[in-house]
Design a protein around this ligand. Structure first.
Ligand code: C2O
Length: 378
């Protein structure tokens, strides 16, 4: 579906935001190392690494993660593993960097949101991000944390992302998971609002709930996203999006449109023109919670990736419910849709939706966490 002919200037011109006043760059094309695209090879002979709830990391897990984040932040921007390059991947697949040239539609953009491409694209994105971080962590057990916002115990921004300073001399007094572009009203102990929306913002938070009621509401939203509104692939993944489709308005999957977007908007800084970092897709890749990030100088927020690790976990939980209808689309248009990433060895690799379905094959899993939303039918 996708070509690597990325349109740098076109991209900038087409940004959905005014780049004037925007904090992050709109130039999102990946660095070109003159490499040929290779087919993906499943990791074999590898142990399965387990992603962990971000509010419960061990000292070793947190340290490896911070160490890796510090290392990729220090790489030159044009290195494919740099924090900035990783953040730009999201922007390129979202804000019109790629066209459907391989499918014969060179003037139509690729958009990986608002349709059935949402889950598989982000799964692949995190897959490579995690392998890159593992390399720089020097920890063979390294796996990404996930922001466990579906469990009342994990419903605040995980503590490790919050402090600007870090006492460990290894980090030179700076926490590599900190991002300054977050809504300061939403730092812990504030409970995330999985119903959060632009409308609530405009309303200036008039209808805020106390923590306990908020937690209960959040559970009912997760129930809706994984059960009530997700009875088949279309409800969960979103509608068909195929080559040549100009409308770019199929239907949005339950998780993507509800809890996922609510968390983005809730974390982002409402005083910034585009709710950077998490609140706008062009910059979301810069949050270590979508990853994890820094201020002006370093750009973008790490929360993005930790948030998305939980979104990815939602896909697994939805499948594991074992309810008839809870299975992936089977059409070739979905199975054969593909993306291109730099892997941890700086090779360019093409990956297909069909190869993303089984995380056992990708050699990662999620630490089990409570799922009280199963009993929270709204
Ligand atoms: Cu690509 Cu949370 O979005």
């Amino acid at each position: 579906l996708i070509s690597l002919r990325c349109h740098q200037h076109w991209l900038e011109a087409k940004q959905g935001f005014k780049s004037e006043g925007a904090i992050r760059t709109g130039r999102c094309c990946p660095p070109s190392l003159g490499k040929t695209i290779q087919p993906f090879v499943f990791p074999s002979n590898e142990k399965t690494r387990v992603r962990w709830p971000a509010h419960k990391g061990s000292e070793k897990q947190v340290k490896s993660y911070k160490k890796a984040m510090k290392a990729i932040r220090e790489l030159p921007d044009n290195h494919p593993h740099s924090f900035v390059s990783q953040a730009k991947i999201h922007c390129a697949y979202c804000n019109g960097g790629y066209t459907q040239v391989d499918s014969g539609f060179p003037t139509i953009d690729i958009q990986i949101h608002n349709s059935w491409l949402f889950f598989p694209f982000h799964r692949w994105y995190l897959y490579f991000y995690e392998r890159i971080l593992r390399k720089y962590s020097g920890d063979d057990d390294f796996a990404l944390p996930y922001w466990n916002w579906d469990n009342p115990e994990g419903m605040t921004i995980p503590q490790m992302f919050v402090e600007e300073k870090d006492d460990d001399p290894l980090f030179e007094n700076k926490n590599p998971l900190f991002d300054v572009y977050r809504d300061t009203r939403h730092l812990p102990p504030k409970v995330v609002d999985l119903f959060f929306s632009g409308a609530k913002l405009a309303n200036n938070f008039a209808d805020e709930l106390d923590s306990e009621r908020q937690k209960a509401c959040n559970l009912s939203m997760v129930y809706k996203d994984l059960i009530r509104n997700a009875t088949d692939w279309k409800g969960f993944f979103g509608g068909e999006y195929t080559a040549g489709n100009m409308t770019v308005k199929p239907s949005v999957g339950s998780v993507e449109s509800n809890s996922h977007t609510a968390v983005h908007v809730w974390v982002g800084d409402s005083s910034k023109p585009n709710r950077e970092d998490m609140g706008n897709f062009y910059s979301a890749g810069y949050d270590p919670l979508f990853y994890v990030h820094h201020a002006n100088v370093d750009r973008y927020d790490p929360l993005f990736y930790v948030h998305h690790a939980n979104v990815d976990r939602m896909w697994k939980l939805w499948k594991d419910l074992g309810i008839p209808g809870h299975s992936e689309p089977t059409s070739e248009d979905w199975l054969k849709a593909s993306y291109v990433f730099y892997d941890e060895n700086e090779n360019l690799v093409r990956v297909y939706n069909e190869d993303s379905v089984n995380i056992n094959d990708l050699k990662y899993d999620f630490e089990v966490s409570k799922t009280p939303w199963k009993n929270s039918r709204p």
